[in-house]
Design a protein around this ligand. Structure first.
Ligand SMILES: [Zn+2]
Length: 372
């Protein structure tokens, strides 16, 4: 099982500049390889293979000083990343889907590169990261890695640098006996509710984040397109988004609590929902929060041996969990009251019960995922 550990990097001014140059060089490599593939595809309907580009790069770095400064394996990883995008593109064509052609990465849309083998170009040890062509960068390693480091990724999020170490932590524990099960529903009144009638409040940061995002978003829309001030405002908006995404401590606590008590968890999956007009921003934040929470819950469930299944929420808030009758209610109606069987429950608790009931039917595809 692979587990990722993410730490903040503290490069000095010189190192920060060098890191930015490396990121930019990886981006240009990505785009140049994409241009090669695009041209070949448009002129000859042929695809360029990864091995061909890797061979091309070997000779290109002899003539290009920027490319020469990239660790070779990490450059290969960037070309493989493009190759993956193309394989997905051809798969979509084959499946008859709408094939979005892989896109050029604009500045700011390309935020990471990877060292595919620990020790080749990047070495993480005791609060320090040694990088080829750069030297030793300070790392705030707030907890040690587990298992063996396999790959190392460098990442820039809103101006801050991070290192992500993907570690092999051995086999996943077998699923626990499923005598304990819970259904959970995401809502507006509470962050989540369980079928047992428990509620978890919305994270405190959401309200404040909403205000900051509004301010930063308005600042962007006021600035002239293409102007330096607009670029600044966009950077500020990104920083606020990243700030919101970083406040996950509550999520970890709630997820830990759930997997410690339940072997089987059915949770509302994230789908594109009807967006209430003036609630758009709050909705998008609560969706982002739920997405983060599900990611954390998924990882924690896996390492604890709990089974997590994600259930599409369609109809779960309207159906009666007692008798299955449809009880139509607007969003503002907080109670579920069934005239057929007399059941009265808080609406999210009723929905959570429905989610739990639908869970087992969705177990198989999820278990396949676990086996991969
Ligand atoms: Zn009923």
């Amino acid at each position: 099982m692979i587990k990722a550990f993410k730490y903040r990097l503290y490069p000095n001014a010189h190192q920060a500049r060098e890191l930015e140059i490396m990121l930019e060089t990886h981006r240009r490599l990505y785009n140049e390889c994409l241009a090669q593939r695009k041209e070949r595809f448009e002129t000859a309907q042929e695809s360029v293979k990864y091995t061909q580009q890797s061979a091309w790069f070997k000779s290109a770095r002899g003539a290009n000083d920027w490319y020469a400064l990239l660790n070779f394996s990490s450059a290969q990883a960037t070309m493989r990343r493009l190759d993956k995008a193309f394989q997905a593109f051809f798969r979509r064509i084959k499946a008859g889907g709408k094939p979005g052609y892989p896109r050029f990465k604009a500045r700011g849309r390309f935020d990471s590169w990877t060292y595919p083998a620990h020790g080749d170009g990047a070495w993480l040890l005791n609060g320090k990261l040694r990088l080829q062509h750069l030297g030793v960068v300070k790392v705030r390693q707030h907890r040690p890695v587990e298992g063996t480091v396999k790959t190392v990724q460098l990442k820039n999020e809103a101006g801050k640098w991070f290192v992500v170490a993907s570690c092999d932590v051995g086999a996943a524990p077998p699923p626990r006996a499923s005598e304990t099960a819970v259904g959970i529903d995401v809502g507006l009144e509470y962050f989540l509710s369980t079928d047992q009638g428990e509620h978890v409040d919305n994270p405190r940061y959401q309200k404040e984040a909403l205000r900051q995002l509004r301010v930063a978003g308005r600042a962007v829309s006021r600035k002239k397109k293409g102007s330096r001030n607009r670029r600044k405002a966009v950077a500020r908006l990104r920083a606020v988004h990243a700030h919101v995404a970083n406040k996950r401590r509550d999520h970890h606590k709630v997820a830990r609590d759930l997997v410690s008590r339940y072997a089987f968890i059915a949770a509302e999956s994230l789908t594109v929902r009807n967006i209430v007009r003036n609630r758009r921003l709050s909705r998008s934040i609560s969706d982002a929060g739920w997405r983060q929470f599900l990611n954390i819950l998924r990882a924690k469930a896996k390492s604890a041996g709990s089974v997590l299944v994600e259930v599409p929420p369609q109809g779960t808030s309207q159906a009666c969990s007692g008798c299955g009758a449809m009880v139509r209610k607007a969003l503002s109606v907080r109670m579920h009251q069934c005239l057929e069987c007399g059941l009265i429950l808080q609406r999210d608790v009723n929905a959570a019960s429905n989610i739990l009931a639908r869970g087992p039917a969705r177990m198989e595809p999820v278990q396949l995922n676990v086996a991969q």
